[in-house]
Design a protein around this ligand. Structure first.
Ligand SMILES: [Zn+2]
Length: 296
């Protein structure tokens, strides 16, 4: 298996109002020994300082959607986050190069949805899946979501490196620190660092061959009127039920007048990111996924 991670990056504040990552990076800056391990270097970084100062998700646009290779190479892309992405890419990448500056990126996020401890992986290298499987073994509450929104040229921060993923924890309101999920996230980071240390030192011989994931099917928008205004909300019986099975006939939305809207497809799905605050502007009420075991 591909191994020998020489440099890993833990980044937070990609979204300036997601404080778990912001404050974990603060903690690690004050106590660098916490993230030191034998045989590789771990760098820590706040990605969007200006958005953090304003405690807002972003200044001009979502930074975690600005890392497509074609956008990084496009001089006409010059919004605040476009330029910031180019700076981050120069520090951690460059993306797509034979030898990017870091081998692995863990990008820290939180969500207003009840996602518990989630890992978001896109294409996922062999090593990325091994780390995810180890995390799930060490912390069974971890769920893995495979994102397939833009797999040809992924726009996430972690796509700069050959390996990595985002950690998403919730439910946490924007601009809020929640101590239980703060410490849970820190524990996951320690597991990741311990695993890479063991792997680098050939002290970990196990090779995971399969993993349970929630696989992206589609992003589902709210019902809207002709002006684009939302006419129905997430149904109360579905609110906070991320990772719970939804089958034909189950309530999905409820109109402002109180009428149920039913899920009417035959396929059983598992909704994630239910009612995530940041996705209202993107036009998503939730992401429908399929639960499956994949070979890794
Ligand atoms: Zn985020």
């Amino acid at each position: 298996m591909q191994n020998m991670i020489k440099k890993l990056a833990i980044t937070g504040g990609t979204h300036g109002n997601e404080l778990t990552g912001v404050y974990l990076i603060n903690k690690f800056k004050k106590n660098p020994k916490l993230i030191q391990r034998e045989g590789f270097e771990t760098i820590i970084m706040h990605n969007n300082l200006k958005a953090m100062q304003k405690c807002t998700r972003y200044i001009d646009k979502d930074l975690n959607r600005t890392f497509k290779t074609e956008d990084l190479n496009d001089p006409n892309k010059a919004d605040y986050e476009d330029l910031l992405a180019k700076v981050i890419n120069a520090k951690l990448g460059p993306k797509g190069s034979e030898h990017p500056n870091v081998d692995f990126i863990v990008d820290l996020h939180s969500t207003t949805s009840n996602m518990g401890l989630s890992i978001v992986i896109d294409e996922g290298s062999k090593l990325t899946w091994q780390v995810a499987a180890y995390l799930k073994e060490m912390e069974p509450r971890v769920n893995i979501f495979r994102w397939k929104g833009d797999t040809k040229d992924v726009s996430f921060v972690n796509s700069i490196a050959k390996n990595g993923f985002a950690i998403e924890v919730g439910a946490i309101p924007q601009g809020v620190l929640r101590s239980d999920l703060f410490f849970d996230t820190e524990k996951l980071i320690h597991h990741i660092l311990d695993f890479i240390e063991k792997l680098n030192n050939k002290k970990f011989q196990k090779n995971y061959t399969s993993i349970e994931i929630y696989d992206h099917i589609e992003l589902l928008d709210f019902p809207r009127d002709e002006n684009g205004d939302i006419v129905a909300m997430v149904h109360p019986s579905l609110q906070d039920k991320d990772y719970t099975k939804l089958k034909k006939g189950d309530p999905l939305f409820i109109t402002l007048e109180g009428e149920d809207i039913i899920y009417d497809k035959d396929e059983e799905v598992y909704p994630l990111f239910i009612n995530e605050a940041a996705y209202y502007e993107k036009g998503f009420a939730m992401c429908l996924t399929q639960k499956k075991v994949i070979k890794i």
